[in-house]
Ligand binder design. Structure first.
Ligand code: SF4
Length: 416
């Protein structure tokens, strides 16, 4: 690789690290054209930087030139940084070379905005098109959609990319106006609308016509920056809920704000990246998508913020002790899913295993239940562990136990 390309790669990969929406989930693109590679099921490996962010793909910007001046972005036009741009062919060559060497399993390509949305989107699409048509590349491709790009370009992007994403960037419209006054939320929503319709249409065509073309088979996603403006957790998660519902998104990503500039509208340069908050938001997102919780149960006017010292499922359980104890041997799956310490897999295993006999503490442990949490909320063949303890006491027991585990260097096994 030439020094020039290597320098561009360094700059443009570094600028891309702030985008966390790079997991591959769910694309099924088989190698049936004698082409290069494949992406099947969860066939993309994920790797993580020291701070835990997913960088599984060749994750780069096409350019860090940008006509916009979003205060939260390192690439904004007023930032005094070295600007570079790849050509379309350079990105194609890098992807193919890295793929052949087994360094990557796909491409995550985003960009600053060169002249306007269409001019930039056209180049992103061309990269994907060349990879698919000239190189018969079947690896994973995730393209960022440029807000304001035309429907025609979005359509072409969907024909070549596995996943498309439009970042809404800041959770509320007011926040966006404050930090990126040149941007309009409507320009972000429009491509999402288009993609939703086109994805649904493609799915229905493929049910009747086996060879109908794939269109963004891994769906669309978005990302919000957390902590750059003063939104509550409730504001953030209600926005996420609306986007999941309105645009059938596969994922919403939450990215803790990393201080990139001194600006009176933003948290100070010394402020910490809100990683715990980010994690609690992901846990809440999981509760909505996989555990059957409605967002209003977790966050509402009375509880607009998530607790940081305990996870949102435990927090909900402690506020709703009248729901417990759940009878592991009788109650339905939806109720078992609400027990702290029981994940989706364990809940399903419980329902399957109890058909063969009543389950006791030992069996629950073997199934993978985190007994140290669940025992305060369930009853099983071994009886009930604690009766009528006040919720403050249960909270303290669980916190003490987590702390002593932490001090003994034991890692917590379950998400909830
Ligand atoms: S448009 Fe995108 S790349 Fe440009 S400054 Fe705003 S967030 Fe950064």
């Amino acid at each position: 690789m030439s020094d020039r390309i290597s320098e561009k790669l360094q700059i443009l990969a570094d600028a891309a690290k702030y985008d966390v929406s790079c997991s591959s989930s769910g694309s099924k693109r088989k190698n049936d054209n004698k082409g290069l590679g494949d992406a099947y099921g969860s066939g993309i490996c994920h790797t993580y930087t020291e701070d835990g962010r997913c960088v599984s793909l060749l994750k780069i910007l096409l350019t860090n030139f940008c006509i916009y001046d979003c205060a939260y972005c390192v690439t904004r036009k007023s930032n005094d940084i070295k600007r570079v741009a790849f050509t379309v062919q350079e990105v194609v060559d890098l992807t193919i070379n890295f793929y052949r060497r087994n360094y990557i399993e796909g491409l995550f390509l985003s960009s600053g905005i060169f002249k306007n949305a269409d001019y930039t989107m056209e180049r992103l699409v061309l990269v994907a098109k060349k990879l698919r048509t000239e190189h018969k590349f079947n690896g994973y491709i995730h393209l960022k959609s440029i807000p304001g790009a035309s429907d025609e370009l979005m359509h072409e992007a969907g024909l070549y990319a596995d996943r498309l994403s439009v970042n809404i960037e800041i959770p509320t419209e007011q926040g966006l106006k404050l930090l990126a006054p040149d941007k309009d939320r409507k320009d972000m929503i429009k491509p999402m609308h288009y993609l939703k319709g086109a994805i649904e249409q493609s799915e229905s065509e493929r049910q009747t016509l086996r060879h109908a073309p794939l269109f963004a088979p891994a769906g669309q996603s978005t990302q919000m920056i957390i902590g750059a403006t003063g939104e509550s957790d409730k504001d953030i998660m209600y926005t996420a809920h609306q986007f999941y519902k309105g645009f059938s998104l596969k994922r919403v990503y939450y990215s803790g704000y990393v201080p990139v500039s001194s600006d009176s509208r933003l948290p100070g340069m010394q402020s910490r990246v809100p990683l715990v908050r980010e994690n609690r938001l992901y846990q809440t997102d999981w509760l909505m998508r996989f555990y059957g919780f409605h967002i209003r149960e977790i966050l509402n006017d009375e509880h607009p913020q998530l607790e940081t010292d305990i996870d949102p499922k435990l927090s909900w359980a402690l506020r709703n002790m009248q729901t417990f104890p759940v009878d592991i041997n009788k109650d339905d799956l939806q109720l078992i899913l609400r027990v702290p310490g029981i994940g989706v897999q364990s809940a399903r295993k419980i329902v399957a295993a109890r058909k063969f006999g009543k389950l006791d503490w030992e069996q629950l442990k073997k199934i993978g239940v985190a007994i140290n949490r669940a025992r305060y909320f369930i009853t099983c063949a071994g009886g009930q562990f604690h009766r009528d303890r006040p919720h403050e006491q249960i909270r303290q027991f669980i916190l003490n136990e987590s702390k002593s585990k932490f001090h003994r260097g034991v890692q917590q096994g379950s998400l909830f």
